[in-house]
Design a protein around this ligand. Structure first.
Ligand code: FES
Length: 113
């Protein structure tokens, strides 16, 4: 079983480390979607759904603010910086799920989508 690191800390959020909407300070990298078998590259600061869309993969979403939970995906590798608004239960988080709408990959990642 792969270990997945999900970074969520109010004191070290992506924006606080200097990220902005035009691009953050995390490295870009490869993104793989294990259910569809598609892959692509993401630039720094891109969200997981943006990376997915660029790779031809659709991730369902609704609120785009980390509240509804409809964009929940499980990371199978790599790490993301995430700033959700409580739309993910602790047991789901512990199982490796993230809310894609507010998750920005740090380097190479893979997700079930
Ligand atoms: S779209 Fe609602 S939590 Fe992501």
């Amino acid at each position: 079983m792969k270990r997945v690191l999900v970074k969520k800390s109010a004191s070290t959020t992506w924006r606080q480390r200097g990220g902005n909407l035009a691009g953050g300070k995390q490295p870009g990298g490869e993104v793989r979607f294990t259910l569809s078998g598609k892959r692509g590259r993401h630039p720094p600061g891109e969200t997981l759904p943006e990376a997915a869309l660029n790779a031809g993969v659709w991730i369902d979403s609704s609120c785009q603010q980390g509240v509804c939970g409809s964009c929940r995906v499980r990371l199978t590798g790599g790490a993301v910086d995430t700033e959700d608004a409580g739309g993910l239960a602790e047991d789901a988080r512990a199982a490796g799920y993230v809310l894609a709408c507010c998750s920005r990959p740090r380097g190479a990642v893979s997700a079930e989508a």
